[in-house]
Design a protein around this ligand. Structure first.
Ligand code: KDG
Length: 318
């Protein structure tokens, strides 16, 4: 049995060397990047059995994605292979103040946009302890919006915990479009991760973190809502009780994927029997560790997280 099943799109991430611009770069570094696979990788690296489901072109590009995820221990047997289809790509130009980091998507009509619930190994979803996706998945196509609802419902009906991160992406849809989709899905969620900014921009929830979390929990019957607040840390409301967690200091090398590392750390500890407070601690530590590493993926080990949580050492590992 797989403890965690995640599903969504994973793209090729192409980025010029730091200090160079997309317009003029002659070299692009290739990595795999996708919110849901980032979570699966973090959980797998932290010791949990994790699988990622998606649809990829049966081509060297699709195989490149699967190869990278497998190298971190993620089970990709549930990937559906499609002939003559596209691999989504995202270009990432690292910023340096005052130039912002810029993301350019080239993902329209990617293979995953045609993925239907009937193509899933739904038994694996039903047997899993947690089924996870994010608000990016339903943004990608009408088919994926239906698939997201069907898979989460199948999971919840079978007693699998459903987990979801709002993950609003303004380059994919408007706040109104996202709000309509979120409202349809939130009744099927047991564990919600919401960046304070997404809850405000899309769902119009702009009170303090506790009232945002309580409001979402009560309005949609969600057992646990985790609100993330950047430098101000995170707050969870779970079965009515409140838990707060600060951030661990980190020197930021690459911030992309920090939110996914947070979720991966949370789920890894939760699946190991951790309490909400312990899971938040692991979430925060995994997120801060991720910031020090290049790429979407948190190349993290359990001892790295334990060291951050324990706040040990003088910054040198001997
Ligand atoms: O959370 C990181 C993601 O934003 C990145 O992997 C790209 O999945 C991605 C997306 O759709 O923005």
């Amino acid at each position: 049995m797989t403890a965690l099943v995640t599903f969504g799109e994973t793209m090729l991430r192409l980025s010029p060397p730091r200090g160079e611009r997309l317009e003029t770069a002659r070299e692009l570094e290739v990595q795999a990047g996708g919110a849901e696979s980032n979570v699966a990788v973090a959980a797998a690296r932290l010791g949990r059995d994790a699988a990622w489901f998606s649809k990829l072109p049966d081509s060297p590009l699709g195989r490149r994605i699967v190869g990278e995820l497998r190298s971190h221990g993620v089970d990709t047997d549930g990937v559906v292979w499609a002939d003559d289809s596209r691999q989504g790509v995202y270009y990432l130009e690292h910023g340096a103040a005052p130039r912002p980091t810029n993301v350019v998507y080239d993902r329209a009509d990617a293979a995953v946009t045609t993925l239907e619930a009937g193509e899933f190994d739904l038994d694996a979803v039903r047997d899993a302890e947690v089924c996870y996706t994010t608000g990016i998945t339903p943004a990608l196509s009408e088919t994926l919006r239906e698939t997201t609802a069907d898979v989460l419902d199948a999971a919840q009906d079978a007693g699998t915990m459903t987990a979801f991160d709002l993950n609003y992406r303004a380059k994919l849809w408007s706040p109104d479009e996202a709000a309509e989709a979120y409202r349809d899905l939130l009744g099927s969620i047991d564990l919600l991760f919401a960046a304070e900014r997404d809850a405000a921009t899309v769902l119009g929830r702009d009170g303090d973190a506790e009232s945002v979390a309580r409001g979402l929990a009560e309005d949609y019957g969600i057992e646990t809502v985790v609100v993330t607040r950047g430098e101000a840390g995170s707050l969870a409301v779970s079965d009515g009780a409140v838990f707060e967690q600060g951030v661990y200091e980190a020197e930021t090398y690459d911030a992309i994927g920090t939110g996914d590392a947070f979720v991966g750390g949370y789920l890894a500890k939760h699946l190991d029997g951790g309490s909400v407070a312990e899971s938040l601690e692991w979430a925060s530590a995994t997120a801060s560790f991720k910031r020090t590493v290049e790429g979407d993926i948190a190349v993290v080990n359990p001892e790295d997280v334990e060291r951050v949580v324990a706040d040990e050492g003088d910054g040198i590992s001997r």
